[in-house]
Design a protein around this ligand. Sequence first.
Ligand SMILES: NC(=O)c1ccc[n+]([C@@H]2O[C@H](COP(=O)([O-])OP(=O)(O)OC[C@H]3O[C@@H](n4cnc5c(N)ncnc54)[C@H](OP(=O)(O)O)[C@@H]3O)[C@@H](O)[C@H]2O)c1
Length: 270
Amino acid sequence: MSVKFGLIGGGVMGEALLSRLINENIYKSSEIIVSEPSSARREFLAEKYSVKVIKENTEVFSTTEYVIFLAIKPQVFTTITQELSSVIGQSHFPLIVSILAGVTLEQLEAAFVDLPVVRAMPNTPATVGAGITAICAGKNTQPHHLEKARQLFSAVGEVVEVSENLMDAVTGLSGSGPAYVALMVEALADGGVASGLPRSVAQQLALQTVLGTATLLQETKLHPAELKDRVTSPGGTTIAGIAELEKAAFRSALIQAVKAATNRSQELGK
Ligand SMILES: NC(=O)c1ccc[n+]([C@@H]2O[C@H](COP(=O)([O-])OP(=O)(O)OC[C@H]3O[C@@H](n4cnc5c(N)ncnc54)[C@H](OP(=O)(O)O)[C@@H]3O)[C@@H](O)[C@H]2O)c1
């Protein structure tokens, strides 16, 4: 059987995608090849997913027909592309999909000359299938390539398409966002403990409140402000809490957090 999907870098993100592509029958184990430097990791991935796992990135590139997925750290991008330069453009023209933070389409296209390229920014909830990934297309990318990228990332959550100049803003919102939400869950639980709840109960209440509210907003398509109005009765408990959040500039803090993370992403990309 031919190899259709090649994964370079079998780390956290690579494994998340691998497991779901197989589970959702997008690719069979026998159609996947992975390259990974750590022998323990190679053994683990081969054993768990029944895929071929090797050391050589060049072999992944030259044997894969359709999609090469780059899931290495951005710091090793140059090393990898130097290694691959002997096999790029030799015989076939697979779609290159990169999730490397800060590595631009221009850099990808300079390394993978004439190949269709998709740059993507997933986030950590992708590891449990609840991520959101922003994708943008390079100049050699046809609609069917973009469709393929959509299909791949749909296996680990939702997908949106943006122009590349918005990738830093995506990083500032959905890329860094899981940390903001984690901070909020922690603080809500602390508030519960401060109000007398046992830690484990406070933690459960905080987490399920965030999860449940997100699900409610998603399923009803209610505007967040409308949901807030619906649960805020005159002179009640919720408006007393909201007044404190406004005093502490809660919304402004989140707006500034996204802007600061976006700016930092822009700086790191220079
Ligand atoms: N985690 C996230 O939430 C997230 C979100 C958006 C984007 N990303 C991007 O996703 C990429 C991967 O992140 P990650 O969290 O999955 O990192 P990770 O777990 O460290 O995975 C990287 C993998 O690449 C392997 N590797 C290192 N050098 C290699 C080489 N020369 N050839 C082939 N494989 C090599 C590493 O092996 P060793 O461990 O043995 O070195 C590791 O298994 C990064 O570029 C990051 O910017 C991650």
